[in-house]
Design a protein around this ligand. Structure first.
Ligand code: IPE
Ligand code: IPE
Ligand code: MG
Length: 257
């Protein structure tokens, strides 16, 4: 029988968090492609939206895990531009869940000091969903502990097209000369202009592709593919990914001595 002095399991949340903290370098910015909700539901003989609903709990766990580990920025891919091509029943279930997530979590996020920003082609959202997103951003705008970027109706190429158009407008207006366009000028016109590039990009459910997420920003991110399906992803999986990141040798093209 367990006694108060007995050791907890080696991979318990608190053990992993302690190990993460021992290491000096915690990723400042983690990006996650939250994948596998449909397969999680199918394993349970349930419809796909059941998996999406369960995925909301994982979002909460990961936000809390980032706060505890001292991560400054968390970018979550919640709905891609390409996901609009899914059956209308699934799309509307996802949009309802977005509204439900905001209604349920806004006060908590604000209390935790989380500042939420939502990026993507938000013009495609329904009126109520767009209003919920706007109020979430407004309600949490003073948060300073964690910047949470939610990518909804988002595509990495579309973000680059948008940046190109913004540059063209500045050139046309005579504010910018073409020869002055460099990486900094593009970067400044991305949704993520205010935050550093992701240090660590996690994709769940074992898929090994970017699916059009943050194409510019992940140039030097460390990639971590987790076999865990998103609804089962939580602090243990997050801390395991961070510990793996902490063993990486980030060379940025240089030679390490
Ligand atoms: C990720 O889970 C959530 C969204 C893309 C909206 P999926 O719905 O892609 O789940 P799988 O990949 O079919 O298991
Ligand atoms: C990527 O997952 C988009 C999100 C996680 C929101 P998908 O399930 O849509 O990606 P593919 O179709 O497997 O590439
Ligand atoms: Mg998927």
């Amino acid at each position: 029988m367990a006694t108060p002095s007995s050791h907890s399991a080696p991979d318990s949340e608190s053990d992993l968090l302690a190990r993460v903290r021992v290491h000096r370098v915690v990723p400042r910015h983690i990006a996650i492609i939250m994948d596998g909700n449909g397969r999680w539901a199918r394993e349970r003989h349930m419809p796909r939206p059941f998996g999406h609903r369960s995925g909301m709990k994982a979002v909460r766990a990961v936000v809390e895990g980032c706060l505890e580990a001292g991560v400054e920025w968390l970018s979550l891919f919640a709905f891609s531009q390409e996901n609009w091509q899914r059956p209308e029943t699934e799309v509307s279930a996802l949009m309802s869940l977005l509204e439900e997530y905001i209604a349920r979590e806004a006060a908590e996020l604000r209390g935790q000091g989380v500042r939420v920003r939502v990026f993507g082609d938000l013009d495609r959202l329904s009126g109520p969903a767009a209003a919920a997103v706007a109020s979430l951003m407004n309600d949490t705008r003073d948060g300073t502990k964690l910047g949470l970027n939610l990518f909804i109706s988002y595509g990495g190429r579309a973000e680059l097209v948008r940046a190109a158009r913004l540059l063209a407008v500045d050139v046309q207006a005579g504010r910018l000369a073409p020869e002055d366009i460099g990486e900094a000028e593009i970067r400044a016109r991305l949704f993520t202009a205010e935050c550093p590039d992701p240090d660590l990009l996690i994709r769940t459910s074992g898929e090994q592709r970017l699916s059009n997420f943050l194409l510019w920003q992940v140039a030097y991110a460390e990639l971590y593919i987790s076999a865990v399906l998103w609804p089962d992803f939580g602090r243990v999986a997050l801390y395991t990914a961070i510990l793996d990141f902490q063993q990486r040798d980030r060379r940025f093209g240089r030679v390490t001595v």
